[in-house]
Design a protein around this ligand. Sequence first.
Ligand code: PLP
Length: 404
Amino acid sequence: MLDINKIRADFPILSQKVNGKPLVYFDNGATSQKPQVVIDAISKYYQEINANIHRGVHTLSQLATDAYESSRGKIQQHINAEFAHEVLFTSGTTFGINLVANGFASILKPGDEVLVSAMEHHSNIVPWQMLCEKTGATLKVIPMNDNGELIMAEYDKLLSDKTKVVTVNHISNALGTVNPIKYMIDKAHEFGAAVLIDGAQAVPHLIPDVQALDCDFYVFSGHKICGPTGVGILYGKEAWLNKLPPYQGGGEMIKDVTFEKTTYAELPHKFEAGTPNIAGGIVLGTAVDYMNSVGFENIQEQELELLEYGTKRLLEIEGLKIYGTAATKTSVISFNIEGIHPYDIGTIIDKLGIAVRTGHHCAQPIMNYFKIPGTIRASFSFYNTKEEIDVMVEAIKRAKTMLS
Ligand SMILES: *Cc1c(COP(=O)(O)O)cnc(C)c1O
């Protein structure tokens, strides 16, 4: 079991007051808070080894390069990628998906199909729509049911030799559903389709094993796993990364440049044009180390307890409905109270120090499915407590009285 007080002491922001009340931070689905080791690592980088990487022969440049590459190796190990050069640093999930979708522009033809799920974040919908517009390929949607689960029988029917890409999130940010991605990947591969997994909501809760999953691409953001903003990872199988064209041209991604012709650098540099977020890349390794020191078994145990307790307590509130009741769920509870706009609840409980997300959570198709404008989303992290859930439930009851 976690020593929750010790864990909470690692996060300076958690002992803050907001609007005069102790902060209750339940917006972990949007971004996680940062432990002191991560905050310190950022300033240590700038204080001690700041230099540009992969360029200089001087000592600082080499120290910075070593730290950056060692972080890549750490992440390779963490997700069990076969090669370090299959692990690309990006600015985040959104960038990673755009990079891959853009790469497929040179591969797809009219008549080809891209399958996306009904429960994707906008950043895993729009880049594929843009790709389809560009190439004449068709976007098809894998439907879901009222529990917020993808319907595998429908998925099986959608797959065909026309399917070139399947893209799905590992865990839904709006509903908390854990999707059966291993099944989906294996099925897609029977038809030769490439599979991209949006792991943005999964990596805070579990360790993806990209080789066991056999996914072709796996993307996530650093800021949702206790790391800094502006850095993320795109894992891609070597064969695919060699096949896709570079996304951006510039320094660092070339082998030779003349005005007649440029040849591209080897992986991973082919996809890492320009000076990257060096501090971010290094400190993402620190964040992964921190998460592993807490331990993912402990994280899961704590979060499952919070999910069960939070679900039970929230359902005590009359007129409250939870969206996303899948059999396998992570610690996200999306809900509404009959007759009250989610935004009004969010605004009142913010005055009481409680941070939740209200709105469509960048997943408007899900809201359309349920015919609602949005939800209130409480997303719990391992550093949250049952006492905080009690505070939220009392605050919601108060807000409900005020609003009805
Ligand atoms: C947060 C999130 C994204 C977008 O991540 P960025 O860090 O904003 O690029 C994409 N997909 C899911 C499921 C997310 O939760």
